[in-house]
Design a protein around this ligand. Structure first.
Ligand code: AMP
Length: 212
């Protein structure tokens, strides 16, 4: 199955993608994680991307399309995947369609996770991520700054783009540039809408029941 998980920053795409990935046995491809790993390794891409990500801005389409092209050509993507964080612009969505046709990777399912903006701001300002496995968890579930997912010690940190002023910018860009991707998909594909409020497991059940 090929899934595009769509939604605003902080809606829980990453968390849901990880669960779906293990339940459906297909890789979770997060463009944000790919960029953060490049930042960690201090590659040229990482250094350039960090400047934009720290301001809440998008990395240029050509770079992102190149990353996705390489990733979808990898062996692990052959039997399906969950895309999280891509496409984020209509240009990326069009390129993705071209790429999927070229690689004989149709059909795809588009899942849009929805929730209101107040909830999103609350979640983004109250979460930390694990440096080691990218797991995300709310501050009130943190005990000793160790990751409950992979067990890494002292690995939890606040993402530099989860600061209030950057969050505002990310939401602004989501509304102006990323939301139109949904209109694009609504013209050509069937979009599966899932309410993203509630317990994590309930939301995954909602998604899975609509996928099968
Ligand atoms: P995420 O982890 O998906 O919230 O992504 C974090 C940041 O990485 C975004 O705010 C963007 O700066 C950058 N990024 C991730 N995916 C994309 C994309 N498809 N297009 C442009 N920028 C992206």
């Amino acid at each position: 199955m090929r899934i595009i998980l769509f939604g605003a920053p902080g809606v829980g795409k990453g968390t849901q993608a990880k669960i779906l990935s293990s339940k459906l046995n297909i890789p979770h491809i997060s463009t944000g994680d790919i960029l953060r790993s490049a930042i960690e390794k201090k590659t040229h891409l990482g250094i350039e991307a960090k400047k934009l990500m720290d301001k809440g801005e998008l990395v240029p389409d050509e770079i992102m399309v190149g990353i996705i092209r390489d990733t979808l050509k990898e062996e692990r993507s052959k039997n399906g995947f969950i895309l999280d964080g891509f496409p984020r612009t209509v240009a990326q969505a069009k390129e993705l369609d071209r790429l999927l046709t070229e690689l004989n990777m149709n059909p795809k399912k588009i899942v849009a996770v929805t929730t209101d903006e107040k909830e999103i701001i609350k979640r983004l300002t109250n979460r930390k991520a694990c440096k080691n496995c990218n797991y995300i968890l709310p501050l009130d579930e943190i005990k000793d700054n160790s990751c409950p997912n992979c067990g890494a010690k002292d690995s939890l940190y606040q993402r530099s783009d989860d600061k209030e002023e950057v969050i505002k910018k990310r939401l602004e860009i989501f509304n102006s540039t990323t939301k139109p991707v949904l209109d694009y998909y609504n013209e050509n594909d069937k979009v599966i809408y899932v309410e993203g409020t509630g317990k994590i497991e309930e939301i995954s059940e909602r998604i899975l029941s609509k996928l099968t």
